[in-house]
Structure formats: structure tokens, C-alpha cells
Design a binder for this molecule. Structure first.
Ligand SMILES: *Cc1c(COP(=O)(O)O)cnc(C)c1O
Length: 428
């Protein structure tokens, strides 16, 4: 018997699969035989529905040419709004508060260009030292564009242990020289969920605008952005949402900000019935759509239509329920089977603080990942010492988790990793 009532046998894993109410979705994905995909938090897999809606969109182009904007299976002119309205269910927003557009980094630039309004002594941007590098690069360049010095005007909250952030430390850093706060919803390495409600409350008490990078939470956990009063958020749709490599991103803007002129304006931010008046004065949409810039990337929106259907159908609460359970199962199996092998679980243990992946630390992590790949398991590696394993609710089975842990155990007991160099690949 493992902790949390799990058992350590393969039969038990198979029984869990039988009882899994989401198991029907597994068949909808292209899973490779003899391979276990544990990297859905970096790039989600292709599903048959995503493939279908992409092909339908190509068909629309083939059939309708320019008229595909308003006709066909998925008229392009309304695609971003329609997708936004669906994703709104996953982030706890009303349909007009979400739009599918750009990419994570571009959307961050847009939102900071829109909501960073340095004034008087309130000039600084608050972020954290564990966040994803692109966020930091974007914030540094926004500061430079505004004539500030990233060295002194970008404040990065420190982590006490290199893994987690303490909300108390973040709140302490919300001083009266901070103009805007940008934080992750879920930390990309450790998988820690930040207490977004509390942080938003505290920021607002101090008159500071706050936004979140939702790349690692979208499609994995429910959110209540509107209820919490979050000012803005942005994310990519190619991780847990399986929208396809390089696919379109998304953003959320709280309705209280509708009417705020976009920092980076473009004609697709127009009110839809005004756009083709072709005036030189922008009439922005009264929705998150105002923060679109140019023509939507239709063919990278298309797979998301099919992929999202499954999330809406299954419901994010149910997806979260399985995600928590299967991630816990992985943690408990690791603790049971890989004792004294130098592993450390660098993911929070409490459900409310844990996202959709497990961060397994080991000093030989880079080469253990290579050995996992040789054994048909696809993990990902984050330098210097993290193996990220993401059991994904819609397509990972409990039996696969059992097998991954057995494979890891074999790699360690046979020291299979020793034949590889402990260095990362170009793309890790
Ligand atoms: C994946 C990821 C990104 C990627 O940004 P792109 O603009 O899509 O390349 C940004 N932030 C976080 C936290 C991520 O996990």
C-alpha cells in the first residue's frame, strides 16, 4: 500500500484506468506505440479533433478563397472571438474578456504596453526570479522602451529555496514604487500554483495592477480570473491545451479595463463592424478583442477549435480532478520505488499549490532524461537538475505511470544513464 490509498501493483493501475471516467479521450489522441509521452506540459499531442478542424479550415480556404472570412466551416473573421469565448470557461471569465491572438510573449508585450503606466514615483515592475526567461526579457525591454533601467526598475522577488515563491515575500515587495506586477500562475519548474486571489487582493489594496502568465495552468487547473479581479493574463495554447506547435496564444482582460486603448494598436483590435470602414482613427472593440493587433493566424487557430471541444465537453473541474490524482499517484510511486536513489520531488505536496506536472530533481537529471528517451519515455529536462514529468488527464493512463516509474528504477539500478553525457540537448 502506498500513501493516499494507492497500491503499487500494475493490476491496481489497470483497475484505476478502468474506473477513469476520462479514459475515452485517450483514443482521440495520436499516441505512439511503445512510447510514453510525459511532456504534455511542453507540447500537447495532436488529437483527431484538432486534426479535423485544421483540415476543415484548409478546406474552407480551398473552397471559398477570400470568402472564407465569413463563410465555410469556421469563418475566419470570428474565429478568435469564438475561441476566446470557449477558453473563457477555462479561466473563469466572461466570453468577451478572452481573445485568442498572438503568442505568449507578444501578448505580454501588448498587456504591459497597455497597463504599465509609470507615474510619479510609481515606475517599477515587479516579477520574480523563478519566472520563465521570455517574461523577463519582455519586461526588461518594456522598461527600456519607457526610458527606465531594468537593473534598478525590474524587481524580482527572491525564492527562499530555489523552487518555490512565498506569497508573503511577494506581498512584502509590493511597495509604493511598483506600477505593475507580472507573475506566473504556475511556476514552470516546480509546478507551484501561486495564490492568485490573495496576490490580486493585496496588489489592489496598494493600487497596483496585476497580471499572470498562465502557460502552465491553462487546461490543467480551473481559474477564476474575473471573480478574483485579476487585471490581465496571457498564455500559450500549445501546452496542456494541445493547440499545436507554435500555435496561437491567448489573453484575458478584466472587463473593468474595456475601453483602455491598446498599447500596441492594430486594425484587428477594431470594433468588428467598424474595421472595414478603413478610418484612420481606431474604434477599439469593447472587449478583450481590442488587444488583437493584426490578421489572426487562422491556420494555427484552427486545431484549437477541435482540441477545445474536449476540454469543454469533459469540463475543467473533472480534468483537474484526474490530474491531481494521477500526479499524486506518480509522486507516491516515486517515493515508494525510487527510495535512496538521489531523487527529490521538487513539487508542492498540497493539492491547492500543485499544478499539472511533477518536478523530479536529480544531479544526473540530464542523462537520466536521455536514458528515459532510449527506453521510450518522453520527459523534459530543465537545467540544471530537473526532470519534468506531466501525467496529462486526457491521455495519460495510470498503467503508463506505473511503467514510467519501473523504467526509472531500472535505469537507476542498472546505471544506464552512465553511458550518456550529463548535458542538455539544443532543445530540452
Ligand atoms: C512556454 C512558456 C512561454 C513561451 O512563450 P512563447 O511566446 O509561446 O514562446 C512563456 N512563459 C511561460 C511561463 C511558458 O511556460
Amino acid at each position: 500500500m502506498l500513501s493516499n490509498g494507492f497500491q503499487h501493483t500494475l493490476d491496481y493501475a489497470k483497475q484505476m484506468d478502468k474506473e477513469d471516467t476520462l479514459r475515452c479521450y485517450r483514443e482521440e489522441f495520436y499516441l505512439k506505440p511503445n512510447s510514453i509521452y510525459m511532456d504534455g506540459n511542453s507540447l500537447g499531442l495532436l488529437s483527431k479533433r484538432a486534426e479535423r478542424t485544421l483540415l476543415e479550415s484548409l478546406e474552407d480556404w480551398k473552397e471559398h478563397g477570400i470568402d472564407g472570412w465569413t463563410q465555410g466551416n469556421h469563418p475566419w473573421f470570428f474565429m478568435a472571438e469564438k475561441l476566446g469565448a470557449k477558453i473563457a470557461q477555462l479561466v473563469g471569465a466572461s466570453p468577451e474578456e478572452v481573445i485568442v491572438t498572438g503568442s505568449t510573449t507578444v501578448n505580454l508585450h501588448q498587456l504591459v504596453a497597455t497597463f504599465y503606466k509609470p507615474e510619479g514615483m510609481r515606475t517599477k515592475i515587479l516579477a520574480d526570479e523563478l519566472t520563465f526567461p521570455t517574461d523577463i526579457y519582455a519586461l526588461q525591454s518594456q522598461l527600456r522602451t519607457h526610458g527606465y533601467d531594468p537593473e534598478t526598475d525590474l524587481i524580482r522577488v527572491k525564492s527562499r529555496d530555489g523552487r518555490f515563491l512565498e506569497e508573503d515575500d511577494i506581498i512584502e515587495a509590493m511597495t509604493d514604487d511598483i506600477a505593475i506586477i507580472v507573475l506566473p500562475t504556475v511556476l514552470y519548474r516546480s509546478g507551484q500554483i501561486l495564490d492568485m486571489k490573495r496576490l490580486t487582493d493585496e496588489a489592489h489594496k496598494r493600487g497596483i495592477v496585476i497580471g499572470f502568465d498562465g502557460c502552465h495552468s491553462i487546461g490543467a487547473i480551473p481559474h477564476s480570473f474575473s471573480e478574483w479581479g485579476v487585471d490581465f493574463a496571457y498564455w500559450c495554447n500549445y501546452k496542456h491545451l494541445n493547440g499545436g506547435p507554435g500555435g496561437v496564444g491567448g489573453l484575458y482582460v478584466n472587463r473593468k479595463h474595456f475601453g483602455t486603448m491598446p498599447g500596441l494598436a492594430g486594425w484587428f483590435g477594431s470594433k468588428k463592424d467598424k474595421q472595414f470602414d478603413m478610418e484612420h482613427i481606431l474604434t477599439p472593440a469593447e472587449s478583450a478583442g481590442a488587444y488583437q493587433i493584426g490578421t489572426p493566424h487562422v491556420l494555427s487557430c484552427a486545431p484549437l477549435i477541435g482540441s477545445l471541444e474536449m476540454f469543454i465537453e469533459a469540463g475543467i473541474e473533472k480534468i483537474r480532478e484526474k490530474s491531481l490524482k494521477i500526479n499524486q499517484y506518480l509522486i507516491d510511486l516515486i517515493e515508494h520505488e525510487l527510495k535512496d536513489m538521489g531523487f527529490f520531488i521538487g513539487t508542492p505536496r498540497e493539492d491547492v499549490r500543485r499544478g499539472g506536472h511533477v518536478s523530479l530533481e536529480h544531479k544526473e537529471a540530464a542523462r537520466i532524461c536521455k536514458a528515459l528517451k532510449e527506453n521510450g519515455v518522453i520527459p523534459d529536462f530543465r537545467a540544471p537538475n530537473i526532470i519534468r514529468l506531466a501525467p496529462v488527464a486526457l491521455y495519460t493512463s495510470y498503467a503508463e505511470i506505473w511503467e514510467v516509474v519501473q523504467i526509472l528504477k531500472k535505469i537507476m539500478t542498472e546505471k544506464q544513464y552512465e553511458k550518456f553525457k550529463n548535458e542538455r540537448e539544443v532543445v530540452a
